[in-house]
Design a protein around this ligand. Sequence first.
Ligand code: ZN
Length: 509
Amino acid sequence: MLERMQPLITPPLEELKNTLGKAHDLGMASAVLNWEQETYMPHGGANHRADQLATLDLLAHQTFTDKRVGQLLEELKPLEADGDAQSFDASLIRVTRRDYDKATKFPSEFVEEISRAQNAAHFAWIEARKGDDFKGFQPHLETMFDLARRAADYLGFEDHPYDALLDGYEPGAKTAHIKTIFADLRQQTLPLLKAIQAKGDATDYSVLERSFPVEKQREFGLKIARALGLPEEYSRLDVSAHPFCTHFGPQDIRITTRFDEHYFPMSLFGTWHETGHGLYEHGVALELNRTPLAGGASLGVHESQSRLFENLICRSKPFWEHYYPQLEALVPEVTKGVSLEDFYKAINRVKADLIRVEADEVTYNFHVMLRFELETALLEGNLKVADLPEAWNAKMQDYLGVTPPNNAQGVLQDVHWSSGLIGYFPTYSLGNLLSVQLYNAAEAKLGNLHQMFGKGNFAPLLEWLRENVHQHGRKLLPDEIALRATGKPLEATDYVNYLKGKYSAIYGL
Ligand code: ZN
């Protein structure tokens, strides 16, 4: 006898998961093409690739924003309210709704307008930077800030239009909170920077520029990335013009770096920075994959992981007590006549300079605060784009005591504004602050971490990070991660104390 056929109806949660899985796969396929474009694609392939990416991104967007997804989210509302907010189902509905609401708030004409304006602004910025021509870029920048204001109106906000933009990169973060944290950070680290500058610096930094064959840089950088915990089976390292980390799921992590035979810190610390990003993605619970819960919680939390590995581990003295003998054995011509102490000083040089991406741990946040202050002033209407170069240079002088000789090395140096990334910059500093706050919480639990680094043992710290940060993916908001893992909201204190301790010792203050 034949069993009676079950009706072919998929339960709503299964239907939702299927659709989200498809949208996710399309997004990951697009990420593969992006990665390949930056690493291996011949230059001339750019037009083909642009078409392919546009098609995939459109399909992913259409799949995710389909009206049916909205209906399913409505049907599944009771699941969201039920029981444990951290359960898989409740988190899935909550986070998907957040993303869906955001993705469907802009009318399609506005999306097209943004896309066209970004394209034009990006090419104008490349030309403007080449020719040091701010006036050529100014109308595009005015458009970008005008679009940002309109975007904030579409997205909605309570206190400050910047909140709406910030939320796209750092969910839940508020402009007022960042203003408070930054004021504290500025007030407490400016005297430290001035003291370092007043002290003068007789260190010989030439070790950083000695010839260090690229193949050996790669070997050493990768060996340490593996020792930090990035498994060979699930990751690879390649070369690109601008280093980045991407992933196609927690079991396929791609990091890139770039090499300069005569400046090894670029490739080594770049590799270890991206290793931190990669370890985060690799540690996201596998069950979250193919859903909006996959991936890092925010740009700030992501940066906390890269900075923790790059700076708190790989620029620490005990780390080099363990690895310096290995470096000496690998490239004796580089380390010849340089003591461990001198090497440690050289890789921790503090120098107030013009370019953000080259800045050290003490000066980096000033570059970010400056941009945040200018962005908020522009949005508030307290500053005009035409007056931006002057405002930029005045702040550089105030904070770092340097004035850019031209706009190319000043207000035109970053790609962000030309790509419409307004509200993005603060996440770099939030990441710096969070890295130390997490580190201190881990140390309170695990005991002296420097002692472990001195033996090349990073596993207990990685384990703690997996448990408290990585595995949760996007289930928790950045503020919730800070509060649960460290017992307090994000603040400047831990970072300031870290800087004071480390750099007072290095500079003998
Ligand atoms: Zn990063």
